[in-house]
Design a protein around this ligand. Structure first.
Ligand code: COA
Length: 488
């Protein structure tokens, strides 16, 4: 492995020469200023930490120290994104997260992650139009509604919805052998006919006389389902399904996207039924950019493992959703809100903290496996949370409590243990201040991370090798097989 000793310059120092997109409304200028200030603070706080060495060329096999759970293991090369926990850097395709949040938008960032470069104006417009059109997945949503989706957990419903998209988008509709819409329209009683059992033990249903056939070769299926179009459909589809689930859970019908809204704007509209303000859209956009990619985290790795078997991208992204649903991965932001409501007031922070520490509780929204400096995403979300909570007494109290807790935890645990707020500490406050229910916080993570998942899967498939780590066997070898009766 060829390693450069240090980078010539800190990517946070460079200002972008030109902005690829921009909304010049006064609101967005404020958000941009908040982010630029957060970048300055990050720079100041980490200026004495040495710039890390950078790998220029990898000669496989590489040596590394591996801990349990593959901690420290190097499993792939990537140009998609980079996280440095000491300096607090998060970089997508060479662009630091502060610049992307200040000057870009989620569509542009998704294009960047997937294609490795920023789009030009025409490409960006086309991509935005494609995503907007791909938000319309009415057939998949109708299928989802036939599954009692409102009673599933939102992440389970999202996983199901992705499977249903797969049904629409891969071999079934490509083959044209089954008119799925026909079967959706019919409930069990109206299935047109049941073929007569010809010696079979089970009955076989026939939809409109057509039968489903698998594609001739697995390659055919794969080609239909790993192309870039499927990545676009998934980026849009995860947003549509999430919004539909939230509406169904509130007893409302899913909506269709509006032509004049951005991806972030439509996401908010599809969830709430209200056209969002410029500020709400901008803040959702920033949040989507912030969560889009983050190294080889568990859900990204899960997606890549499934893709490496030459399964398809819908199954791969479904695995990412499944991994993200676990409380050790997505979901801490929901816990943060519960905790802040439990604390109640800034005055209660000290006594609450003492009790929590005495009980050896981990404080939700603090600490990170990789970041030993302040999480750059929290640097952006913190001041944004402060901005959106102004004027709402309940949220102002929650925000004041959060700030008091942060101050105390950083004094108590920041020095030696390097425990600082992570991305989840302020994201829930931002979402709650925008009127979004807590149950959508983790699915919103997926709405954004799907662009990182798809980008990394596509990159890995270019030089695919099936993932196959080892476990160290520490069991027995010479047990004598006992009969069933002798086992007690
Ligand atoms: C994110 C997290 C799982 C990282 O875990 P990790 O890298 O395995 O770190 P560890 O759990 O080994 O913690 C290292 C030390 O810091 C302490 N610590 C870590 N996070 C802490 C927290 N949130 N509150 C209090 N102490 C914490 C641990 O108790 C441990 O202390 P010790 O050395 O005295 O035993 C962990 O910080 C955590 O559970 N945070 C709260 C949940 C959360 O916010 N998750 C979202 C992450 S984006």
């Amino acid at each position: 492995m060829k390693i450069r000793s240090g980078m010539n310059e800190n990517p946070l120092v460079r200002l972008p020469k030109e902005f690829s997109s921009g909304d010049n409304s006064p609101m967005s200028i404020n958000v941009t200023n908040i982010i630029v200030e957060a970048r300055q603070k990050a720079l100041e706080d980490t200026k004495n930490i040495p710039i890390p060495p950078v790998v220029e060329k990898v000669d496989w096999p590489v040596s590394c120290t591996v801990g349990p759970g593959l901690e420290g293991a190097i499993s792939a090369e990537t140009k998609v994104g980079y996280v440095n926990g000491q300096k607090g850097w998060l970089v997508y395709r060479g662009y630091n997260i502060f610049d992307l949040c200040a000057h870009s938008n989620f569509e542009e960032v998704s294009f960047l992650l997937l294609h490795g470069r920023l789009p030009n104006a025409v490409e960006l417009k086309d991509f935005q139009a494609t995503l907007r059109s791909d938000l319309k997945i009415n057939q998949s949503l109708r299928l989802l509604m036939s599954f009692d989706a409102e009673h599933l957990s939102p992440m389970a419903a999202l996983r199901l919805g992705i499977n249903l998209m797969r049904q629409r988008q891969t071999f079934r509709d490509k083959e044209g052998v089954v008119v799925v819409s026909g079967s959706i329209a019919s409930d069990e009683d109206s299935i047109p006919m049941e073929t007569l059992p010809k010696g079979e033990k089970e009955a076989i249903y026939s939809f409109q006389g057509q039968t489903y056939t698998r594609p001739a070769s697995p390659g055919e299926n794969l080609a239909a389902s790993t192309e870039m179009d499927s990545c676009y459909r998934l980026i849009a589809g995860v947003a549509s399904i999430t919004a539909a689930i939230i509406r169904l859970r509130a007893g409302k019908m899913p909506l269709e996207p509006l032509e004049h809204l951005s991806h972030a704007g439509n996401l908010l509209y599809l969830m709430t039924g209200k056209e969002p303000s410029a500020l709400e859209t901008r803040i959702m956009d920033v949040s989507l950019i912030l969560h889009a990619d983050h190294g080889m985290n568990a859900s990204t790795f899960a997606s890549m493992v499934v893709a490496s078997t030459l399964s398809d991208i819908y199954f791969s992204i479904g695995s990412g959703v499944a991994a993200l649903s676990g409380p050790l991965h997505g979901g801490a932001n929901e816990e943060v809100i519960k905790m802040l409501q439990e604390i109640g007031e800034p005055e209660n922070v000290t006594s609450w903290y003492k009790k929590a520490r005495a009980e050896k509780r981990k404080i939700p929204g603090f600490g990170h496996r990789v970041y030993k400096a302040y999480d750059p995403r929290a640097r952006i979300l913190g001041p944004l949370a402060e901005a959106v909570t102004v004027g709402n007494p309940e949220m102002e109290r929650i925000m004041a409590t959060a700030k008091a807790l942060e101050a105390l935890v950083v004094v108590e645990l920041g020095g030696e243990k390097k425990i600082f707020p992570n991305v989840d500490f302020y994201s829930g406050i931002v979402y709650k201040a925008m009127g979004l229910p807590a149950e959508v916080f983790t699915p919103l993570f997926a709405v954004s991370r799907v662009s990182g998942w798809t980008a990394r899967v596509m990159e890995y498939l270019e030089r695919n090798r099936i993932f196959r780590p080892r476990a160290i066997y520490t069991g027995e070898f010479y047990e004598e097989f006992p009969s069933l009766e002798s086992r007690g």
